[in-house]
Design a protein around this ligand. Sequence first.
Ligand code: PRP
Length: 177
Amino acid sequence: MFKAERILIPAEQIQQRVREMANEIEADFQDGPIYIVSILKGAFIFVADLARALKRPCVRIEFMGISSYGSQKTSSGQVKVTRDLDVNIEGQNVLIVEDIIDSGVTLSYLTRLLEQRKPKSLEIATLLDKPERRIQPVRVKYVGFTIPDEFVVGYGLDYAEDYRNLSDLRILDSVSM
Ligand code: PRP
């Protein structure tokens, strides 16, 4: 049995950091559209907050579904696109938005895939980064928080589809009955 009672990052701190990240992104991207590529499902809350913190009107929000096979808590290294973009990103400034980078397998694959579509620029923003777990390198430009190797839920992140709705980020602990 699991419980998520330990708060790793409270909601107010997340909101503050998301605003800071939006300011950095706003300053770095020249005028014109930013194509946000949101990776389902975990990034949906982060994207909603980040997009609303961006001031320019021209922010396109697109979605991709990616699945990696393996046990419930770790990625197996095999990645598959379950829902592709329905827009052409050639010549566009693209920002991939993720909730977490763990092994790096998902983003390493996705970056290679999207580069083939010849965007003008391709950057990554992730709310959470767990560098200790990395097995494939990822060139990430915007990181919300670097966190230790704990299983984190809330603010879009799940365990077995639960906990995504929590406003803060919590550590999932296993408890004996
Ligand atoms: C999580 C997260 C990333 C990926 C990161 O997705 O949203 O896409 O794992 O792990 P990696 O760096 O080891 O590849 P998950 O497979 O849990 O799906 P979900 O977002 O739908 O919950």
